[in-house]
Design a protein around this ligand. Structure first.
Ligand SMILES: [Zn+2]
Ligand SMILES: [Zn+2]
Length: 223
């Protein structure tokens, strides 16, 4: 597969139509902005606390986000992790790749799902990730992927429907249903329509977290 040229073609082709390239599309949901990234409350949240970390520049996925942004990304992941630890449950990071992706602009979902039921011994995953370099190397060689990170697993998966459905079933679905008042699976449209109070609650807690932040960071930095 000609992944390099595919990625750059794709990037150029959809840039002007990309929802995440236009700040005005999510301006009201921005929790934090750094030089290269936004943290935003998801506009169609699965659960309260559902947050996205996205680069400002258009990249098709984190597999092409350059290494010079790694430190900034890592710091933001830690910050959301601390936020969830304070208000919700341990974090699950999720990049769904081509599955159910509606915006082809890199974005990392952050879910307060706590411990997952993913069984690492079943090796549904294709790669145990040590750093963003591994994600870039996979994408350069194989192309698409999806990614799941919980407390003990940093895993990249080949983009096969079987694997995807297994991870949804054992990780996302239990997490979403046990941390939400909604019992059935809701469509993105339903989640959007019902999202306002969840987004407001997330943003209120985030702002409180920022006010308490200096204090809390002191206590947790020794972890
Ligand atoms: Zn974009
Ligand atoms: Zn997404």
């Amino acid at each position: 597969m000609l992944n390099g040229s595919y990625a750059s073609l794709k990037t150029d082709a959809i840039n002007t139509n990309c929802a995440f390239c236009l700040r005005s599309n999510f301006a009201t949901n921005i929790l934090k902005e750094t030089d290269a990234f936004f943290i935003v409350a998801d506009h169609a949240p699965l659960v309260e606390g559902h947050i996205l970390i996205l680069p400002k520049r258009h990249f098709a996925c984190y597999g092409v986000v350059p290494a010079e942004l790694d430190a900034e990304l890592l710091a933001l992941k830690r910050e959301v992790q601390d936020f969830f630890a304070r208000y919700y449950a341990p974090i699950v990071f999720w990049e769904h790749g081509i599955f159910r992706q509606t915006v082809f602009h890199a974005h990392l979902h952050c879910f307060p799902f706590g411990a997952t039921e993913y069984d690492a011994t079943k090796t549904l995953h294709s790669l145990v990730v040590q750093s963003q370099d591994d994600v870039r190397a996979w994408y350069a060689m194989h192309g698409h992927y999806f990614y799941m990170e919980d407390r003990s697993n940093f895993l990249l998966f080949a983009p096969e429907t079987d694997r995807y459905l297994q991870v949804v079933k054992h990780v996302l679905w239990p997490g979403a249903s046990s941390h939400s008042q909604y019992s059935g699976w809701r469509s993105p449209q339903q989640r959007y329509e019902q999202g306002a109070p969840l987004i407001r609650a997330t943003m209120d807690k985030w702002h409180e977290f920022q006010r308490l932040g200096a204090d809390f960071a002191d206590k947790t930095s020794s972890r």
